[in-house]
Ligand binder design. Sequence first.
Ligand code: ATP
Ligand code: MG
Length: 493
Amino acid sequence: MKTRFYQRLSLVTITAFLMMTTAFVWWSNDMQTVTRHQAEQQLHLELAEHLVQDNPLLKDGVFDYEGLGNLFHTLMILGPSFEFYYLDTEGNILTYSAEPGKVKASKVPLEPVHTFLEKSQALPILGKDPRNPAKNKIFSASPVYKDSNLQGYLYVIIGGERYDSIVDKLTNNRLFAQYTLIGVTTLSLFLTMMVTLFAFLTRPINRLTSAMEKVRDSNYDMLTSANEKMEWKRDSVDEVQKLGCAFNDMVDHIQKQFKELQSIDARRRALLADLSHDLRTPLANLQGYIETLAINDEKLSAEERQRFIQITLKNSQNLKRLIDQIFELAYLEAGQVNVSNERFPIGELLHDIAAKFALKAAEHKISLTVAPDNIETIVCTDIEKLERVLTNLIGNAIRHTKANGSIVLAVQNDKDGIVVEVEDSGIGIEQSELQYIFDTRYQASNSQKERGINAGLGLAICKKLVEINGSVLDVRSTLGKGTTFFFKLQKAA
Ligand SMILES: Nc1ncnc2c1ncn2[C@@H]1O[C@H](COP(=O)(O)OP(=O)(O)OP(=O)(O)O)[C@@H](O)[C@H]1O
Ligand SMILES: [Mg+2]
């Protein structure tokens, strides 16, 4: 059977309630019986003693079977709720007040009688019922003496068989009707209350479920389902409200990631289109010159042929550079990079790179220096990646610095390492464009292109390489005054 959550809750609570009520009714019944027995035994505490005192036969301790039988019969007519027994000193029943055959036991254990007479235990004290030996009942008892010799006991069962059956009948009928009525009324009231209460309490859960179902039904299209997002109280202590907030946060988060994925996908497509275009230009040039060389070979002079071959070579170099950059970026973005850190003096690396660019800088009439000249700091990083970064940054700096300008490769001490700077006195970058220059394919309005080979990939690659080395590539620039790219490096321990 399929049941809803609140129905199950109601069922469990009602079962628990019924069990508790049954236990309580049983306990209170038991208490009631004990109290009744206590009161009745207390009331008839001295009954047996009075009977012994008032009756000449018993008072004198004379055992007259017939006389006692008559006496018991008379007493039973007067007090039908009592049963009388005359016991000998061993507890054997000598005579009694019932019709023959009714009394099943021939002996009554005397321990309860002694306890009763000695008053050594709180009431009620239960003794064996000779009519029903499996049952214990309250009683009154008194010893019978003949000249101070114990002859036996008068043993009176209070609330005898007849009394019990009448009381049982009455109570059963009355109580059954009462209990049934109370039980049915309470149960129906309780049932209605519980079902209503649980339906009310589980309403937020139903709301949350339907919110989740909406997200599912929208085929996890968060943008559509978010329009119908439900409001939950963030500062509430209610668990369901908190759950609702957590669900909304989760939807927001997934939605954000979903949007990001969409935009990354769009950027990737645009990048692919742009790069195809960039590749096409040198490729078309290459093809053109090769065709000219192939078709007009005899018509071309030796110098012309040599010039065409040089141009073809240059184009194929550009093409290779571009393809290398694309591959590098793709590898970096996919995270497929191995880092091999080693200890080396940063000063030496800066001087080596400066030497590598010395000729090119001289061609552009730009001074390229390392400051301070003797840097002794040892760093621990991936030297190959660091060299790629510096090469890219110096290449950019040379392209964007006019003749007589300067480029300084500087190292400054920082509180927990060093800061490496590539500072130029070039044309600078517009402030509003600074935030975009690390984006793939972004070229600022000042961009100086070297015979069309620049594709705007260099800084994106540098940023990733610096990140892999555990640092951040940053920039500051003043238009017309110069630009500085800088990043931190840890000193080797
Ligand atoms: N030192 C610099 N001074 C002024 N502008 C710079 C400097 N370095 C970079 N830029 C600007 O940032 C842009 C992005 O540089 P990036 O290195 O990513 O691309 P690129 O040099 O144009 O192309 P590629 O590096 O692929 O050859 C450049 O086009 C230029 O506008
Ligand atoms: Mg560049």
